[in-house]
Design a protein around this ligand. Structure first.
Ligand code: URA
Length: 205
């Protein structure tokens, strides 16, 4: 089923409302105590490319915007390297609330937030899903029956995996998380090269 822009807007608002009131989440109390916001996602609801990161950090939880801190700067740079900007794509995370001290999201947290990501994929119906980091890579591979193709992000980054969904074929491209460039500058070249793989698709979208 495809949706009008108005329907997409309403459905996304519904996702946001549900996340906002997700008291069952182990991260809900931490959000409230710190006056943080959930970070649902940002960008075009008719985007052909959807980026899926891990979980919000402090900057994101304070502003309700995904990738608006140091990793976000790297992501912006990468988008610019293939002549895209944020308003051309949709950016979200698998976990919508900030885990304390930026720790990795737990399996329980991924499980509780994943249905919202699934719903967002149904709303956007992207042609390309670019995962940022291993958590979203693993979730998306399992979700779309690619478990047998799973490996380490070191093996899979920049590779393309075509799947068929009810809304058409989708290419999944695992990418390193932009934060890897902050720890090791030489990873930046790899990320730049992997974004060139995305560029190939922009021409056909
Ligand atoms: N890291 C993520 O995975 N997502 C964000 O939104 C910010 C940092």
């Amino acid at each position: 089923m495809s949706f009008s822009l108005e329907e997409k807007f309403d459905k996304m608002k519904n996702v946001r409302d549900q996340v906002l009131h997700l008291k069952e989440s182990p991260l809900y109390e931490y959000r409230v105590q710190n006056k943080y916001f959930p970070v649902v996602g940002e960008g075009s609801l008719v985007a052909h490319i959807m980026f899926i990161g891990e979980a919000p950090g402090k900057n994101e939880a304070e502003t309700a915007r995904p990738f608006c801190g140091k990793s976000g700067k790297v992501l912006d740079e990468m988008l610019e390297s293939i002549s895209l900007n944020r308003s051309d794509v949709y950016i979200t995370n698998i976990v919508k609330d900030r885990p304390p001290e930026n720790r990795d999201p737990s399996p329980e947290e991924i499980k509780i937030y994943a249905p919202f990501l699934d719903e967002q994929i149904d709303i956007i119906q992207p042609k390309v899903i670019a995962t940022l980091g291993r958590f979203s890579m693993e979730y998306i591979f399992n979700r779309f029956n690619l478990s047998d193709k799973l490996g380490t992000i070191g093996d899979l980054h920049g590779k393309e995996f075509k799947i068929d969904t009810y809304f058409g074929s989708v290419v999944i491209i695992p990418l390193y998380h932009p934060a890897v460039t902050l720890y090791n500058g030489s990873n930046k070249d790899t990320l730049v090269q992997d974004f060139q793989v995305l560029k190939k698709y922009i021409q056909y979208l």
